[in-house]
Ligand binder design. Structure first.
Ligand code: GDP
Length: 189
């Protein structure tokens, strides 16, 4: 059973209301040019789970909670919602994505509340900074009350390196991978 012991690869979970660009960010952080899934608005996606890597070779698990809408405004099957919440609960780091161009809307506050409730460390990602309107949106993102906000454009790749560095700073240093992966204390020399 889940005893709250964190073992295995570092788990980064992308969350946020629909259409903020979670899927675009997922693909960007995996250095893929295009999504493998159709990103039609309103189409329910299951949780996606892939291996990501940092420039120094360290790997992490990246999960996209596609169908998660904490506001409950969208019709999302409960099984999808349950899986999304489970992924959030098991995360080592949450990337709470907001649409910088649209600004902060009530559904973003609901997502922020869910993130806070999970107790998982959360970084706010203000996406779509390629759009002019995003200047105020990125500022508004700080109002969600988390200590770090990264402005990115998932579609154009702006800010992706800084975000990967932020992920890396939370992970075990390179070389400690085996110990971290096994979830055990390293063997004595
Ligand atoms: P999700 O529902 O949160 O997974 O959002 P998607 O990744 O499907 O993106 C929703 C919409 O926002 C799509 O039309 C994307 O093309 C668009 N989008 C995503 N990222 C960016 C970005 O960085 N800049 C701009 N301008 N549009 C974006």
């Amino acid at each position: 059973q889940d005893l709250g012991v964190k073992a295995g690869p570092f788990r980064v979970v992308i969350a946020g209301r629909p259409n903020v660009g979670k899927s675009a960010l997922f693909n960007r952080l995996l250095r893929r040019r295009r999504s493998l899934v159709h990103d039609l608005p309103g189409v329910t996606r299951d949780v996606l789970d892939e291996e990501g890597s940092l420039p120094d070779g360290r790997t992490f698990r990246l999960l996209d909670t596609g169908g998660f809408d904490p506001s409950g405004h969208e019709e999302i099957p409960s099984a999808v919602r349950r899986k999304a919440l489970e992924a959030i609960r098991k995360a080592d780091l949450l990337l709470l994505v907001v649409d910088g161009a649209a600004g902060i809307v009530p559904a973003d506050r609901a997502a922020a509340e869910a993130a806070r409730h999970s107790g998982v460390e959360t970084i706010v990602v203000a996406n779509k900074i390629d759009r002019k309107e995003s200047e105020s949106g990125e500022l508004e993102a700080w109002e969600l009350g988390f200590p770090e906000v990264y402005g990115v454009s998932a579609e154009h790749g702006i800010g992706a390196d800084d975000l990967l560095a932020a992920i890396g700073s939370r992970m075990q240093p390179a070389g400690d991978e085996a110990a971290a992966g096994a979830g055990e204390t390293p063997e004595p020399e």
